[in-house]
Design a protein around this ligand. Structure first.
Ligand SMILES: [Zn+2]
Length: 301
C-alpha cells in the first residue's frame, strides 16, 4: 500500500466504518485527529470495525501541499488506476478500502489557502435510504453546519462511495495553516458521535448539534475550488470570516492586481453564509476567493 491504515476490530460484530484524512497533503488537523482516534478507540468499546487511514496522499503530505508529486488532486482522481501515477495509484488503493466499508467519513480542512466553516457535507444521493443515513451522520458529527450538495460530481472520495451506495460524509474545519487544537478535538469528537449514531460506541457526554442546514442539488453546488474566481493574479485581502452572513453585493475583500497595482473591491455574487474564504493573500487568476451559500437556521425541537 502507498499509505498506512489500521483496523480496530471490536469484540462484537457490527458495522464497518472507514475514516480517512490526508486526501490533501496540507490538511494537518484532520490527519492528527485520525491518529488520535487510532490511539484512543479501544476494541472492547466498539461494536463492529473501524479502519483508519490518516494520510492518504503521502507525496502531497511530504510536500505540504494539496496535490501529489504528479500534480494531481486526489479528490479529482478517484477511482484511479492500478499502475498509474502515484496519486492515481493511491486513488485505486483507496477504492479497495472503500469496498470493505459500510460507512465512510472523510476529514478535511481548508489547507494552507482557505479557511472553511466547520461543516459536515454529503452528496444528495438518489437512494433515499442512503441519503437519510448521510443526513443522520452529518447531523451527528455536530459541527456548525450540515450541507447536502450536487450528487453528480466525479473524482471525489464521495463519488466512489455514491457509486457503491455506501453512506458517506466529508467534513471541513477551518484551515489556513495555523495549528488549531480545537479543530483536532472537534474532528475526534465528531467521529465518535457518528459512531454512536451508527450504534458502534456508547457516549456518556451529550452531543453537540449543528445550527445551520442547506441542501442544494444544482450542478456546481458544494464546489469549494471554483466560486468567486480571482480575475487576475495578485494579492487578496479578505475582510470576512467563515460563517459570516453577507448579502449579494457586499464587499468581502480586496484584490490588488500584480500587473498594474490597482486595488479593487471584491463583492459577494450572492447572499448567504461565507462557507469558505481565501486566507492566503497570494492568489492566481481562476483560484477561488470565497464560497457563499444560503443556509437555514435549524430551530430547536
Ligand atoms: Zn481537502
Amino acid at each position: 500500500m502507498l499509505f498506512e491504515s489500521c483496523k480496530i476490530v471490536g469484540h462484537v460484530d457490527g458495522p464497518r466504518l472507514l475514516v480517512t484524512a490526508g486526501v490533501h497533503g496540507d490538511e494537518w488537523e484532520a490527519m492528527i485527529a485520525v491518529r488520535r482516534l487510532a490511539e484512543t478507540l479501544r476494541p472492547e468499546e466498539i461494536r463492529g470495525r473501524v479502519t483508519l487511514a490518516p494520510i492518504l496522499n503521502v507525496s502531497a503530505y511530504r510536500a505540504s501541499r494539496r496535490v501529489g508529486e504528479d500534480g494531481l488532486d486526489l479528490a479529482r482522481t478517484i477511482p484511479g488506476v492500478r499502475d498509474g501515477s502515484p496519486t492515481q495509484q493511491v486513488a485505486f488503493q483507496f477504492t479497495k478500502l472503500l469496498d470493505d466499508a459500510d460507512y465512510y467519513v472523510d476529514l478535511h480542512t481548508g489547507g494552507v489557502r482557505l479557511s472553511i466553516w466547520p461543516l459536515a457535507g454529503y452528496l444528495i444521493h438518489s437512494d433515499h435510504a442512503v441519503l437519510e443515513t448521510q443526513r443522520l451522520m452529518a447531523r451527528a458529527f455536530g459541527l456548525n453546519a450540515v450541507w447536502g450538495t450536487d450528487p453528480t460530481v466525479e473524482g471525489r472520495t464521495l463519488s466512489a462511495a455514491r457509486d457503491r451506495s455506501v453512506p458517506a460524509i466529508y467534513v471541513e474545519y477551518l484551515g489556513s495553516g495555523i495549528f488549531c487544537p480545537i479543530a483536532v478535538q472537534a474532528l475526534v469528537t465528531g467521529c465518535k458521535q457518528v459512531m454512536a449514531a451508527l450504534g458502534m460506541v456508547r457516549l456518556n457526554e451529550s452531543c453537540s448539534k449543528p445550527r445551520f442546514f442547506a441542501e442544494d442539488a444544482r450542478p456546481g453546488a458544494g464546489h469549494l475550488q471554483a466560486s468567486h474566481p480571482a480575475p487576475v493574479d495578485g494579492l487578496f485581502e479578505t475582510i470576512v470570516a467563515p460563517g459570516d452572513l453577507v448579502e449579494s453585493g457586499d464587499v468581502i475583500g480586496h484584490l490588488t492586481a500584480d500587473a498594474c497595482g490597482a486595488r479593487q473591491p471584491i463583492s459577494a455574487d450572492r447572499g448567504g453564509r461565507v462557507v469558505a474564504i481565501r486566507t492566503l493573500p497570494r492568489i492566481q487568476a481562476g483560484e477561488a476567493m470565497a464560497v457563499i451559500a444560503p443556509f437555514e437556521e435549524i430551530q430547536d425541537g
